[in-house]
Design a protein. Structure first.
Ligand SMILES: Cc1cc2nc3c(=O)[nH]c(=O)nc-3n(C[C@H](O)[C@H](O)[C@H](O)COP(=O)(O)OP(=O)(O)OC[C@H]3O[C@@H](n4cnc5c(N)ncnc54)[C@H](O)[C@@H]3O)c2cc1C
Length: 534
């Protein structure tokens, strides 16, 4: 396991002196900015509250099985020479490898009908046109792909604006955001209804909406388009599993004299005047850094990590009122003590109704059909799984849930949450097993072990206040919030991760790239392009 415990860290030399940067949280956003700053010669300290490094890229083990938590596929990384491929190679000094998923990387199932998402723009267009062969639908599909290309062509202007020094952003920011806002101000449903009236087609085109966690009438079309473009050429999975991201970035940080510490909860960011100078740990220890970077999410950072007088001074509470948390999630993690031939793809499973909005509204209670469920098989995706965990197969099912359903168990202790909590999880687990066996009927009757996570688990392990799956919700309004960027109103305090960019593994990582660019005052993407050949 990478990193060192807080207890060990406290005993070591490493705990002395002022760090060039202190990073709160070891998710993709935290480790990526730490790796870049380390490669620029800085001494970086990463502090993680959980006892495992990696944020949503951590994995957990039980009885000889291992399951990833928040990484099931990442677009573009498996194709040598793409920007994301180079970014990950840079962050990990070429130590992280990616295994491609099957050419059919996503499968959407509505009732008994399956729609496949094959790798490649042309292939996906053809597949869709076979499912929807009328002249009108074929024209709508062309219009949809044109829209996706238009968003893709906007390039990086929106993100580049996030790293402009604040005084320049005041002058040029509006212009740089303009192109994106044209798409981000529309909901996904509005954008799609403008090109087709076919509800089924809209249902299929938005079948991956679980990847950003918000149904089409509420999500920003920009988020939808970014996501659809991201997976257009298929996807990769880390060889050795999701924890390989931490395993390959932590040594880069340590080699530069830094440290990555687990079981290290930060209680407060120490601010003198209006300058962030350190962090106060849960045990009261103050650690000092020239810069403080938060990967803990904008809500944690602006509402509970900063001192009250600073929150008031900058009206941070008011800024947060423009954001809503993304939905929470539940996971079913299943182990089988034999090997199965399973596809390296994901299943998106829906009721026999293509209207995601109606499905979501119908799912107001636990007994309603699940509006969307995701199923996949990590052991099938990882080419090393039979070496590291021979004779084992793993499966996962993820569903979106309101945090409110679990609110009453906030603050309760693990394994002591009571019978009603266990009963609630068991009811949902039953439904999730149905989903799993729809995706892979051959697994029925073969389960050796399973476990169910709730939004309370996500809150406990990853620290998101409402057990959020993707940080702040990706509504049109979110994309208008100019404070979602590395710079904060507090001098030397920066944001990284998904809230500084957008949700996803690559979003978290690119949040780190942006944050490092703001701190180093240079375009880190150019550095990466120059350093990583091929
Ligand atoms: C179930 C699920 C499935 C997903 N599947 C995919 C997928 O297949 N592909 C994809 O691209 N994306 C996926 N995602 C999204 C992706 O995992 C996230 O968008 C991304 O990992 C977020 O990275 P981050 O660094 O911003 O935040 P996080 O990974 O949440 O990291 C934040 C870290 O900060 C720590 N922290 C918080 N408060 C403190 C504190 N006070 N002191 C110290 N540490 C603190 C937390 O413990 C955590 O480790 C999935 C997410 C989930 C939940």
């Amino acid at each position: 396991m990478p990193g060192l415990s807080y207890l060990t860290f406290r005993k070591q030399e490493a705990s002395k002196g002022v760090y060039d940067a202190i990073v709160i949280g070891s998710g993709t956003g935290g480790l990526s900015v730490a790796s870049i700053l380390s490669q620029a010669g800085q001494r970086v300290l990463v502090l993680e509250q959980h006892f495992v490094i990696g944020g949503y890229t951590h994995a957990f083990q039980r009885k000889g099985y291992i399951w990833d938590v928040g990484l099931h596929y990442v677009g573009q990384v498996h194709i040598k020479g793409t920007l994301l491929n180079k970014v990950f190679r840079y962050l990990t000094k070429e130590q992280l490898e990616w295994a491609p998923l099957d050419d059919i990387y996503d499968r959407a199932i509505f009732g008994d009908k399956e729609y496949v998402f094959p790798r490649g723009r042309k292939n996906l267009m053809s597949a869709l046109k076979e499912y929807f062969p009328t002249t009108e639908d074929r024209a709508s599909i062309d219009a949809y792909f044109k829209l996706l290309s238009d968003v893709d062509a906007l390039g990086t202007m929106y993100y580049a604006e996030k790293v402009l020094p604040p005084f320049l952003a005041k002058f040029f920011g509006g212009l740089m955001r303009e192109g994106t806002l044209k798409y981000s101000d529309q909901t996904t449903l509005e954008a799609l209804k403008a090109i087709t009236k076919n509800e089924k087609l809209i249902g299929v085109l938005t079948a991956q909406y679980g990847d950003y966690g918000l149904q089409p009438s509420e999500s920003s079309f920009y988020m939808h388009a970014v996501l659809a473009n991201h997976y257009m050429e298929g996807a990769g999975y880390p060889v050795g599993g999701a924890p390989r991201f931490a395993e390959t970035t932590v040594p880069v940080i340590e080699q530069a004299g830094g440290a990555v510490v687990f079981s290290a909860r930060v209680n407060e960011i120490v601010v003198e005047g209006n300058t962030a100078v350190g962090v106060r740990m849960a045990d009261g220890t103050v650690l000092r850094g020239k810069r403080i970077i938060s990967d803990a999410g904008v809500v944690n950072t602006f509402s509970s990590l900063l001192p009250q007088d600073i929150i008031r001074k900058h009206k941070l509470d008011d800024m947060l009122k423009n954001l809503t948390p993304s939905l929470a999630h539940m996971g079913l993690y299943v182990g089988f003590k034999e090997t199965f031939e399973l596809p390296k793809c994901n299943y998106w499973i829906f009721p026999d109704v293509y209207d995601h909005v109606a499905n979501q509204h119908a799912a107001a209670s636990l007994d309603a059909p699940l509006p969307v469920a995701f199923a996949s098989f990590p052991s099938a995706k990882d080419p090393l799984s039979q070496t590291t965990h021979p004779g084992r197969t793993t499966a996962e099912v993820i569903i979106l849930t309101p945090f409110d359903w679990f609110k009453k168990w906030q603050g309760t202790e693990k394994h002591k949450r009571g019978e009603d909590y266990e009963a609630m999880k068991a009811r949902v687990a039953e439904k999730m097993f149905d989903i799993l066996f729809r995706a892979a009927p051959q697994l029925r009757g073969k389960v050796e072990y399973y476990e169910v996570s709730s939004p309370i688990s996500a809150k406990h392990y990853v620290g998101h206040p409402s057990g959020e799956i993707y940080g702040t919700s990706h509504t049109p309004k979110r994309f208008r919030q100019t404070f979602l960027k590395p710079y904060t109103p507090v001098k030397n305090l920066f944001l990284t991760g998904q809230d500084a960019m957008i949700a996803s593994i690559s979003g978290g990582v690119m949040g780190g790239v942006l944050c490092a660019s703001a701190i180093l005052k240079k375009n880190v993407i150019w550095t990466i392009q120059k350093t990583i050949k091929g």
